[in-house]
Design a binder for this molecule. Structure first.
Ligand code: UDX
Length: 435
């Protein structure tokens, strides 16, 4: 919304949430989300044509377009537990709109939701007391965290799905008009509702599959002595494959990939497509395998035991330039190391100590130290694991780190950002992913 407000001065945007603390944080000097460039945009538009408020009913009444941006976490209970999306927030928003709206509106699903959710939203909206007609559009977001503002300002494409009726086409035109203020027309794609909802799941499934695929090859490289970065470089030069999203790693994380694939799997199973579901589920299984494989290699190289040893964990966010830890590979690796009775000293430049403790809750708090910087984390550690590719880790003073570690000192680069040959020449035992 800040980017829309920034690019469309004539559009008035209001962000509403029932959570007063959250709204207060967005109205404060310190924004609750770390994202490069976000603060500048918010400062520009807040109080101009963007406001944050808890008056949900009032904002619904005044709006012509309503973006539904609520969380759709994976269901933890009942039918489809662990796979299907929990749509209770979506439903309660639809009911709230039906209750408060007194003029027709265009409702836009921004939350990633499984195919055919628009149908349920329409059904709830149709039951409003004024007999109003609403148009429901699907407008999935393709931004990646850490580069969100850049991605929003320069999107590869904007996707708008709607009903193929004159009213649906007209609503799509209105929304396309908003984006056209800064996005070239040929990048605005319109499809049916269902194609749009499904495309978002498929886009994430394909991206995650690329990472899972190169990660399987990293295991082959470690076994054979080939270098996975070299292999990725060679295959990426084939223009049909392309160079992006082929970086082998300790495993993908984030709020989208695993959740969306599991949604796709649930959808397949629902329609009796068991083999298709199993195919996509294997991407998630392979990612879990990669995280476990990383920890197993650490334990093996640390002479088959980490019990009582201090291990430094550099990076806890699921990728650089974000303070988001959802599904971060670091969580699985830390839990496995704590289960092996290691003591962990964790440092991340942006993740709050409380969030790290929350994510590792129940996994031996007495053996968890949160360090203020990388040097403090590494002092006295037998091993160092790099789990997020933060730029500051590339320019650490490794001679200083080596001095403060018991020998032999080991480094496990879970992101392939360090020069292993150089580290080995300094006296480290150095390991990467697929090397
Ligand atoms: C993703 C999609 O990229 C985005 O289009 C969608 O809207 C939301 O989901 P996001 O989860 O924010 O975005 O981050 P992304 O950059 O895709 O990274 C996901 C994970 O994959 C991270 O843990 C990242 O470190 C990892 N990754 C990415 C790799 O391990 N290797 C790569 O080559 C690329």
């Amino acid at each position: 919304m800040p980017v829309i407000a920034d690019r469309c001065p004539a559009v008035r945007t209001t962000i509403v949430d029932m959570n007063a603390a959250r709204i207060a944080a967005w109205n404060s000097e310190r924004l609750p989300v770390y994202e490069p460039g976000l603060e500048e945009v918010v400062r520009r538009v807040r109080g101009r044509n963007l406001s944050f408020s808890t008056d949900v009913a009032g904002a619904i009444k005044r709006a012509d377009l309503i973006f539904v941006c609520v969380n759709t976490p994976t269901k933890t209970y009942g039918l489809g537990a662990g796979r299907a999306a929990d749509l209770s927030y979506i439903e309660s928003v639809a009911r709230m709109i039906a209750e408060h709206a007194d003029t027709p509106k265009i409702i836009i699903e921004k939350s990633t939701i499984p195919v055919r959710t628009a149908e349920s939203i329409s059904a709830i909206l149709a039951a409003n007391k004024h007999g109003l007609r609403f148009q429901v559009l699907s407008n999935p977001e393709f931004l990646a965290e850490g580069t969100a503002i850049h991605d929003l300002e320069n999107p590869d494409r904007v996707l708008i799905g709607g009903e193929r009726t004159p009213e649906g086409e007209a609503a799509m035109k209105v929304l396309a008009g908003v984006y056209a203020s800064w996005v070239p027309r040929d990048r605005i794609i319109t499809t049916s509702l269902w194609s749009s909802e499904l495309s978002k799941l498929v886009a994430n499934a394909f991206l995650a599959q690329r990472i899972a695929s190169i990660n399987t090859i990293s295991a082959v490289c470690e076994a054979t002595g080939a270098d996975v970065d070299e292999v990725a470089h060679v295959i990426g030069r084939d223009s049909r494959i392309g160079p992006k999203f082929l970086k082998a790693s300790v495993g993908f994380g984030g709020s989208c990939f695993q959740k969306d694939i599991l949604n796709l799997v649930y959808l397949c199973e629902h329609f009796g497509l068991t083999e298709v579901g199993a195919y996509w589920e294997s991407v998630v299984r392979m990612n879990d395998h990669q995280k476990r494989r990383f920890t197993e290699r650490m334990v093996k190289e640390l002479f088959n035991t980490v019990a009582g040893k201090r291990i430094a964990i550099l990076g806890f966010a699921f990728k650089k330039n974000t303070n988001d830890t959802r599904e971060s590979a670091a969580i699985a690796v830390c839990r496995d190391l704590l289960a092996e009775h290691a003591t962990l000293a964790v440092y991340d430049p942006q993740v709050a100590a409380d969030d790290i403790r929350r994510d590792l809750q129940g996994a031996a708090d007495d053996r968890l130290v949160i360090a203020r910087d990388a040097y403090e984390a590494c002092a006295g550690a037998h091993g160092v694991a790099i789990l997020t590719e933060w730029d500051e880790f590339k320019s650490l003073d490794f001679a200083r780190i080596l001095k403060a570690m018991p020998k032999p000192a080991s480094i496990f680069d879970g992101r392939n950002i360090l020069d292993l040959a150089k580290l080995r020449a300094m006296g480290f035992q150095a390991f990467g992913i697929g090397k």
